[in-house]
Design a protein around this ligand. Sequence first.
Ligand code: SAM
Ligand code: SF4
Length: 337
Amino acid sequence: MAINLNDLNPLYDRHGRVHNYLRIAVTDRCNLRCRYCMPEKVDFVKRTDLLSFEEMLRAISIFREMGIQKLRFTGGEPFMRRDFDHFLTEVAEKFPDLEMHLTTNGTLMKNKVEFLKKTGISSVNLSLDTLKKQRFLEMTRRDSFEQVLGAVEDILDAGIRLKINTVLMKGFNEDELIDLVEWTREKDLSVRFIEEMPFNGGDHVHRAPVSYDQILDEIKKHYSRLEPLENETHSTSYNYKIDGYKGSFGVIPAWSRTICSSCNRIRLTPQGKIKNCLYDEGVFDLKALMSHGADDNELKWSIEQAILSKKKNGFETEQARYASIGGSYESMAKIGG
Ligand code: SAM
Ligand code: SF4
């Protein structure tokens, strides 16, 4: 049945926010071990417990009928999931009216960029926290710096919109802030500095991170004039450009959470749980419902109820989580950051 996405009833929560953006973590497996994301030793989800591609396609179809317009595939590292390429092609063919985006660490992208371009992908977010090879090894515990830089060049050459996600970790890379802004002088990409969140799967005790204000203050010390860019609706980053530079930069207050009032995101974890917020525990198990034979209407009802239970912001959600399970935080790879 042909659906005009603009005719659908928007998926509202109780706080008046429309939800039109679904983020799917296709796996929790990863070939890197970024310190802010996971420890060296990780218990990955059993492959048989992952949401299957078939289930993901069904979920996308249902969400699309509920007003979702934008998809992001993330993880873990999406290219670690076998047949991810094939799945992406299928999504592009079945749902040509949905915007597709990808978040990747860029290490497994050799010869993939042309393929991505053919799928019609709208943008790639690529994680890179440093421009120094040795530091990359320290932060990710793996020696894949050259591959990531290669992916940056390939993506730019292919003309795909590129954002670089940089988590600033105290004591590791905050001294590279200006070098990374300078990178945008000649490169048409957007570097987005992200406040470190506690989702490191127990790697270390999370302390107050390098904050949005500290990041911006530091940058302002070096540049007399920052040109604020108009934010896309629902953008998580506040974006700026320096006059004459090809690229731009942004800051994401992921931990200060000043962006919750315009949140339009729903998350699907590798195991098929729906999450309203990074900080919640998973509001319901979509995979279990599907396995028990729920029909599409039952799934839609459960999704609506889940969205209606969404709390006002990440602080309220974290408080509820703390009351229920205390202060432990899973790896971001198990949520899909
Ligand atoms: N493996 C892919 C990658 O690294 O881009 C996709 C998954 S990764 C979990 C998605 C994003 O979450 C990355 O940009 C990463 O930098 C970010 N991330 C992971 N752990 C984080 C943390 N504790 N705080 C803030 N951002 C984090
Ligand atoms: Fe892997 Fe991405 Fe997590 Fe780094 S941030 S360990 S690349 S999932």
